[in-house]
Design a protein. Structure first.
Length: 130
């Protein structure tokens, strides 16, 4: 198993332990080049997670995808063997903050005016349709 494969396995184990929905997009040929290794959704928040090993750096295309994720209100992370356990802490912290917050603070649908607005943690909410 390659060093990066070990990081991916550890990420999968963490996501499984926390019962997190995830997909691993295939980027060759018809896929979206530069997409993160893991696309996850936890408690309504979108994460893109790129895995690296041995000091590997994200490519310019991967960084562009991460920037696009952030602009869309999601969170983009680069995880390697030195910080993989921080992923568990990050996800648990987000779920706990959601449990201790009001819906408008964490990005649930808001009945307020306007088509959409920013709320805590960069999550974008849209006004419910009638």
């Amino acid at each position: 198993m390659t060093p990066e494969a070990r990081v991916k396995k550890r990420v999968k184990d963490i996501l499984a332990d926390l019962n997190v929905y995830y997909v691993m997009p295939v980027t060759g040929g018809y896929g979206n080049s530069g997409a993160p290794d893991f696309i996850i959704c936890i408690a309504g928040l979108f994460y893109g997670i790129e895995t690296k090993a041995n000091g590997g750096k994200a490519t310019a295309l991967q960084l562009k995808n991460h920037d696009d994720i952030r602009k869309a209100g999601g969170i983009a992370l680069i995880v390697d063997e030195t910080n993989v356990e921080n992923l568990r802490k990050e996800l648990i912290s987000y779920v706990q903050s959601k449990a201790n917050s009001s819906p408008a603070q964490v990005g649930e649908v808001d009945q307020g005016s306007g088509e959409g607005h920013k709320v805590k943690r960069g999550v974008r909410v849209l006004r419910a349709l009638d």
